[in-house]
Design a protein around this ligand. Structure first.
Ligand SMILES: *[C@@H]1O[C@H](CO)[C@@H](O)[C@H](O)[C@H]1NC(C)=O
Ligand SMILES: *[C@@H]1O[C@H](CO)[C@@H](O)[C@H](O)[C@H]1NC(C)=O
Ligand SMILES: *[C@@H]1O[C@H](CO)[C@@H](O)[C@H](O)[C@H]1NC(C)=O
Ligand SMILES: *[C@@H]1O[C@H](CO)[C@@H](O)[C@H](O)[C@H]1NC(C)=O
Ligand SMILES: *[C@@H]1O[C@H](CO)[C@@H](O)[C@H](O)[C@H]1NC(C)=O
Ligand SMILES: *[C@@H]1O[C@H](CO)[C@@H](O)[C@H](O)[C@H]1NC(C)=O
Ligand SMILES: *[C@@H]1O[C@H](CO)[C@@H](O)[C@H](O)[C@H]1NC(C)=O
Length: 261
């Protein structure tokens, strides 16, 4: 029993080494600490969507010595019409600087001291934060991955490459963008957590036979209302701006109704 426990602890410790998900590039084995209003969103755990609506506080356990940093957050599990998934940039904020004093947070393993990365100059985000909102499609659970990049030596041309790339959120490929900006090898920390769409639960309590012809219009409409927020956020993000939010939400709503009715 003791032996099994130690093995489990060891396995947990080994699992915790993967800060960015398997296969994600550029990978990092250093912890980026991510907290949403004191809720730790670390090490691949599933976090409630409600907690993640506003941008998190991020930091590191050891104080970083670079001048400036950028954080990128990417959804790795955007559903498409093919068997492959796509990516979506949720956040790109540059000009972050390490705090001089540590703040205390509560993580799964206890209280931790974290040097937050702060946007002291109030620099506008190249891609303003969009909270996770996975639609009711496979995969229901999405990995939201954050990487912290040392931008101390970023040139103005590099900054402009980042800004241009951030304008297209869908299909965002971090390794390509960082290479274009002259930031290959500058990732200093990473993290990932999941947010899951509760579609199966809703289907079980609502229209269990959602795709049979016996479904009433009312059932379809009720379901549409509860599913669309997930779909609309993704579509709004794909549109790259809030101007087209409404029309995309409508298209998404119609799409869901067609699926249900
Ligand atoms: C964050 O926590 C504070 C204090 O507990 C609370 O008042 C506030 O509503 C929380 N904000 C969010 C977005 O959960
Ligand atoms: C996916 O398929 C749906 C239904 O056939 C279609 O309306 C939609 O435009 C397709 N999306 C893409 C990105 O091709
Ligand atoms: C607690 O967990 C965080 C995040 O995984 C890690 O960075 C930190 O080193 C851990 N602290 C201890 C005391 O194990
Ligand atoms: C940044 O914004 C905060 C809050 O709005 C404000 O207190 C602070 O003075 C601003 N800093 C700069 C450098 O503009
Ligand atoms: C996170 O999402 C990925 C991709 O859908 C999935 O493989 C993994 O099991 C999920 N993990 C958790 C803890 O939900
Ligand atoms: C920035 O440039 C200086 C001087 O060339 C170098 O010593 C340092 O390692 C560089 N830092 C990063 C993060 O690229
Ligand atoms: C919906 O349709 C699919 C494909 O026709 C079928 O596999 C599935 O069992 C149906 N689901 C329900 C709840 O009827």
């Amino acid at each position: 029993m003791m032996m099994l426990n130690s093995l489990l602890v060891l396995a947990a410790a080994m699992f915790a080494l993967a800060k960015t998900p398997n296969g994600f590039q550029p990978a990092s084995n250093s912890d980026l600490m991510v907290f949403y209003n004191n809720t730790a969103a670390l090490n691949g755990i599933a976090v409630a969507k409600l907690v993640t609506t506003s941008e998190p506080q991020i930091g590191t356990v050891a104080r970083l010595t670079g001048k400036t940093y950028a954080v990128l957050m990417i959804d790795l599990d955007i559903p498409t019409n093919s068997s492959k998934t796509n990516t979506l940039l949720h956040w790109m904020q540059t000009d972050l600087t390490p705090a001089t004093t540590a703040s205390r947070f509560t993580a799964a393993n206890g209280s931790v001291s974290v040097f937050l990365l702060e946007n002291r100059g109030n620099t506008s985000a190249f891609a303003p934060y969009i909270g996770p909102n996975p639609p009711a499609r496979i995969p229901l659970s999405h990995r939201y991955t954050q990487i912290l990049v040392d931008t101390t030596n970023l040139t103005s041309q590099g900054a402009s490459e980042l800004q241009t790339a951030a304008a297209t959120r869908i299909g965002f490929t971090a390794s390509t963008v960082l290479a274009q900006a002259g930031l290959s090898g500058k990732v200093v920390a990473g993290n990932s957590y999941n947010v899951t769409n509760p579609w199966p639960v809703q289907a079980a309590t609502g229209a269990t036979n959602a795709n049979t012809s016996t479904s009433t219009t009312k059932t379809g409409a009720t379901n549409t209302a509860s599913f669309v927020p997930g779909a609309s956020s993704t579509f709004a993000s794909e549109a790259g701006g809030s101007l087209r939010y409404e029309s995309f939400a409508l298209v998404a709503a119609l799409g869901v109704m067609v699926l249900i009715v």
